[in-house]
Design a protein around this ligand. Structure first.
Ligand code: GLU
Length: 476
């Protein structure tokens, strides 16, 4: 049997982080077994589905590196087929027309509320003769679900889950306007698309029971099901925006690399011993449904940041510069007059400085910020820490500009010699001079090695930046 999984998002919003994880699990499972992952956009809710959301979902998956097999299936385009199946069930006596009016349903709801139980349709049209049908009510089609016995889902993650059929009412398959319900559409599509494994959030577990009843009524094989616990915030509460329940594109603009997010997501609810770092191939080789936990995973920004730092350090320097460039419009490129592309000269400088820069940054946003000294316009704007360091150490820099002016062969070694001499001459430690100097030259409290920074800036720019910051320096 070829494994066929599917990712079936509703395009009513962006691809959120939980959806990204569901897609990843489906993708990995298919890859692991040499199968296929299909993509179905569940756009039957015409009011809430938007083109923008569809585009964001496709973009988000592509950015995460998750591809799908074949064409995207749009559920709405299959409405006629859904209707056909509802009618087949009707013809076979497995479904029936229900003429209950809104008012009757409202009464049932009210009674249920009073008795403190969920609404359960009472089956009043189940065995009633259609000749009794009121003329002015357009019927819905309901499944004639088994009234007794059990419906069982052998879930790959949740284990055996049992529902008493008396607790499951006759669900609507086709609305009175002829449109299919979600429950019907999903079953028909999964069946027709040859889906063998349904891997999705455990908020769909009860739907799995109802869908099982539809499969059984049609005499179709029920696919294997795996319902994964939802993602919670670090405090154990359901994931909210504050916790990181954001669209995948938000992680992109916060400066995360797709491979880092993918690695983070695979560990959200799934484990393989205590391994934390997985290459794509390692994930594929190790992924299974048995090792998905039964309790909700907790979202942890710090862990994601650490992983991202790791992947940035591993990344090729030029690739990081390209990633920064791609993000320029979102990273305050305008504020720094960077425009939409780096100039060739700045690109070269960034690539040259990257080995030092990427050691420290946790996100691309931080990386660009730490490279500020390479693209800053004079006079530099010092951040708070740098301003503090310079205020504190300004006096120790007095006279240093003049000494640097005498350097004829400007490179990391020659400037280092001058600065060491200067520190010695004023009886200071090297760091006591280097820190305020770094602040003045880079606008930041940390940077790659100071002497390398000075070499990259060149003599003229170094001296001009020093003059800008030391204009009012009191004499030492
Ligand atoms: N469209 C549903 C959702 O976005 C998923 C349906 C399914 O996976 O069966 O929640």
């Amino acid at each position: 049997m070829t494994v066929v999984t599917r990712f079936a998002p509703s395009p009513t919003g962006f691809l959120h982080i939980g959806g990204g994880r569901t897609a990843l699990f489906n993708w990995l499972y298919a890859k692991r077994h040499g199968g296929k992952m299909l993509l179905r956009i569940e756009d039957t809710d015409r009011e809430r589905s938007t083109e923008a959301a569809i585009a964001a979902i496709l973009d988000g998956l592509t950015w995460l590196g998750l591809d799908w097999d074949g064409d995207v299936v749009y559920q709405f385009s299959r409405a006629a087929r859904h209707r056909e199946v509802a009618e087949t069930l009707l013809a076979q006596g497995r479904a029936y027309y229900c003429y209950a009016t809104q008012q009757e349903l409202e009464e049932m709801r009210e009674t249920a509320r009073k008795e403190g139980r969920p609404l359960r349709y009472d089956g009043r049209w189940r065995d009633r003769d259609p000749s009794e049908a009121p003329k002015d009510v357009k019927p819905v089609i309901r499944l004639k679900a088994p009234a007794e016995g059990e419906t069982v889902v052998e879930d790959e993650v949740q284990g055996r889950v049992v529902w008493q059929n008396k607790d499951l009412d006759d669900l609507v398959l086709l609305r009175s306007d002829g449109t299919p319900t979600y429950m019907l559409a999903v079953v028909v599509d999964d069946h027709d698309m040859g889906v063998t494994h349904v891997i999705r959030g455990d908020d769909h577990l009860t739907n799995a029971a109802r869908q099982t009843q539809i499969y059984q009524a049609m005499g179709w094989d029920v696919p294997k099901m795996a319902h994964i616990p939802l993602i919670h915030g670090p405090d154990g509460a359901k994931l909210s925006k504050r916790h990181g329940a954001l669209g995948v594109e938000a992680y992109r603009s916060m400066g995360y690399l797709p491979e880092a997010l993918r690695n983070y997501l695979v560990r959200l609810g799934w484990s393989h011993g205590d391994q934390e770092i997985f290459s794509t191939q390692e994930m594929i080789d190790a992924f299974d449904l048995e090792s998905i936990g039964r309790s909700p995973a907790r979202f942890d920004f710090a862990k994601l940041e650490n992983l991202n730092g790791y992947y940035m350090r591993q990344a090729d320097d030029e690739r990081l510069v390209n990633a920064l460039e791609d993000l320029l419009p979102e990273l305050g490129g305008d504020e720094h007059h960077l425009g939409r592309k780096f100039t060739p000269a700045l690109r070269d400088k960034l690539i040259a400085a990257m080995p030092g820069l990427k050691e420290r940054a946790k996100t691309l946003v931080e990386l660009l910020d730490s490279a500020y000294y390479l693209y800053a316009q004079r006079p530099l704007r010092l951040d708070e820490k740098a301003a503090g360091l310079l205020a504190d150490g300004r006096a120790r820099l007095a006279g240093i500009t003049e000494k640097l002016q005498t350097v004829s062969d400007w490179n990391a070694q020659s400037v280092e010699a001058v600065i060491r001499e200067h520190a010695e001459a004023i009886g200071a430690k090297l760091g006591q001079v280097a820190q305020p100097l770094r602040a003045a030259l880079t606008g930041r409290a940390t940077s790659p090695g100071l002497f390398d920074v000075m070499a990259v800036l060149g003599k003229d720019e170094t001296l001009l930046r020093l003059q800008d910051q030391l204009k009012d320096a009191p004499a030492a």
